[in-house]
Every structure is written in structure tokens, then in C-alpha cells.
Write a protein that binds this ligand. Structure first.
Ligand SMILES: C[S@@+](CC[C@H](N)C(=O)[O-])C[C@H]1O[C@@H](n2cnc3c(N)ncnc32)[C@H](O)[C@@H]1O
Length: 284
């Protein structure tokens, strides 16, 4: 099947563009094979690590997510991944969401959480903070960031030494949440097993933080949520099984135009709503 497809593609390339076309098709095919091999090797390495911290530290140290092998993003968009936190954190992916989040935090969010001073955001995980930096240091916002990877947090602490920001090593599945108005959890659950997603939501439900903004893919097609090992990736739609959440209070758009990425949003839920869904999941 693979060979037949390769043969057809090579014939088409030869017909359409002669030797140069054939050479380009061959180069593309070799790159795809190399990309798949790297992906298989790295996923094997992640799977073999025992703890969440080791898994995500391995990804960070190896810059696994800065390599364009998961989605062929560079081939599709002509852009490189410029964040260790992956394509979804790159400078060309995030501008629409940055504007959405900025508008939300300066208006609706203040009313919803009843903030009269600074609005307090706990961004966990914060990744390398590349795209969120202008928001983290904007007036009216009190930002705390946390990530499970100690080396990443040490680098951020060095980078922002002397700035008014709290940065800590933090595991969303087990550490006690810091005081905040909103927990911002972007692009993390998509890398965690169902068990660890539920642990993180239970942890949030036991906190004093009243709201969460979280990544979800509102898909209408035959898509189902799949379980994965921690450190791998898949899309998640929290309105579908095994979560079965209701519609969020509101959603912020979080994907770029015209690049072939599936629609996804940051959905706002209250802690009480999450408690209700966790109870419902337990009852089955
Ligand atoms: C795809 S990056 C997203 C980072 C950031 N939210 C952003 O939007 O750029 C996912 C991050 O989740 C972190 N992470 C994974 N599991 C975690 C956990 N249990 N607690 C805290 N951080 C975690 C990883 O180290 C990584 O930095």
C-alpha cells in the first residue's frame, strides 16, 4: 500500500515537473520518514519515564515540541515553531487569542470575578511564557505562572528576575493552587491521560480559585475523546464523554486563520460547574 502510493506519487511528480519534480518528491518522502522515526523514538522515550515531571522535563530538554514533526506545520504554513512549548505557542499561532484574552481580561472578566483592583491570573502551565508575556505584565493584571519542569521555571525566574511576577514549579494534578481569580490552563490537558485530567480538575475544585479558562475543541464531527499516555497529544472536546460538560459561560477563540488548524477555544467555567461535572462523572 505504502509502496504503491509512493510509486504513484513519483510517477505524478515526474510527469508534472520532470527530474526536478521527482527529486523534490523524493526529498519530501525522505523527510517524512525521518520525521515519523523521530516522533516514534521520542514518544518511546517519554513513555518510558515514570513521573510526569520526568516526562515533561525530557520533552523540554530535548526540545521535542520545537521540532516540526507532529503536524508538518512548517510544510503546511511555511513557518517555523519558535517556542519550546510547541506550535500552538508560536508567535504566528497566538495573535488572535492574545487579543481575545486581552479584551476579556480588561472587560468581561473583571465583572464576572468582581475584581475592583488587579485581576489575578494563575497561568499553569505557563510554558515558556513567550506569547503571554505582554499580558502578564500589562497594567491591571497580577500574573502568577507555574509549570512542572524545574529547568524551565529556573530559566523564567532568571529572565524575569526583579519583575513583579510569581513563578513556581507547579504540578496541576497535585500542588495546592495559589490564590487567584482565574486558572488559565491552555494546551495542557491535551497532553495528559484521562486520570490526570480528572486529578487536575479535582485539585482545582478543591481550591479557592473561582474560575477556569481551559482549552477545548468544540467538534461537531464523529470525533471522540481518546485516552493517551501522559506526554503524548490528542484533541479534546470537554462536552463529550468521558467528561460531558455543559456549554461554558463563554468561549474565547484560540486558533489562527487559514492555516488548516482545527477550531478550538478557551472555555470559561466556574469552580461550581466543574464540581458538578466531576460529581456527574463519578455517578456515571
Ligand atoms: C504545550 S505547552 C503549553 C504552555 C502554555 N500554556 C502555552 O499556552 O504556551 C504544555 C506545558 O504543560 C506543562 N505540563 C505538563 N503537565 C503538567 C502538569 N501536570 N502540571 C504543570 N505543568 C504541566 C509542560 O511542561 C509544558 O510546558
Amino acid at each position: 500500500m505504502g509502496l504503491a502510493k509512493d510509486y504513484d506519487a513519483a510517477r505524478r511528480a515526474w510527469r508534472e515537473a520532470g527530474f526536478a519534480g521527482l527529486a523534490a518528491a523524493l526529498r519530501g518522502r525522505i523527510e517524512t520518514i525521518a520525521r515519523k522515526r523521530r516522533l516514534r523514538r521520542e514518544l518511546g522515550e517519554i513513555r518510558r519515564k515514570d513521573s510526569l515531571q520526568d516526562k515533561f522535563s525530557t520533552i523540554y530538554a530535548g526540545q521535542f515540541w520545537q521540532d516540526d514533526k507532529y503536524q508538518g506545520v512548517a510544510a503546511r504554513t511555511g513557518k517555523g515553531i519558535d517556542s519550546v512549548s510547541g506550535s500552538g505557542s508560536s508567535s504566528w499561532y497566538t495573535p488572535i487569542y492574545v487579543e481575545e484574552l486581552r479584551r476579556f481580561l480588561s472587560g468581561p472578566a473583571r465583572e464576572i470575578v468582581g475584581a475592583d483592583g488587579d485581576i489575578r491570573i494563575f497561568d499553569a502551565p505557563c510554558g515558556d511564557m513567550q506569547w503571554i508575556e505582554p499580558i502578564a505584565f500589562a497594567p491591571g493584571i497580577r500574573y502568577s505562572g507555574g509549570d512542572i519542569v524545574p529547568d524551565l521555571m529556573a530559566a523564567l525566574q532568571r529572565k524575569y528576575a526583579g519583575r513583579d511576577v510569581d513563578l513556581l514549579v507547579f504540578d496541576i494534578t497535585r500542588d495546592a493552587f495559589v490564590e487567584a481569580d482565574i486558572w488559565h490552563v491552555r494546551d495542557c490537558h491535551i497532553h495528559l491521560s484521562f486520570d490526570n485530567i480528572v486529578r487536575s480538575l479535582e485539585n482545582f475544585a478543591a481550591s479557592t480559585v473561582p474560575y477556569v479558562l481551559m482549552t477545548t475543541y468544540p467538534t461537531e464531527d464523529g470525533f471522540t475523546n481518546k485516552d493517551i499516555f501522559d506526554g503524548n497529544f490528542r484533541r479534546l472536546d470537554f462536552r463529550k464523554a468521558p467528561f460531558g460538560f455543559d456549554a461554558p459561560i463563554l468561549s474565547l477563540r484560540d486558533y489562527p486563520d487559514d492555516m488548516g488548524f482545527p477550531p478550538r477555544h478557551m472555555a470559561l467555567y466556574s469552580r461550581e460547574m466543574i464540581r458538578t461535572y466531576l460529581d456527574r462523572m463519578k455517578r456515571g
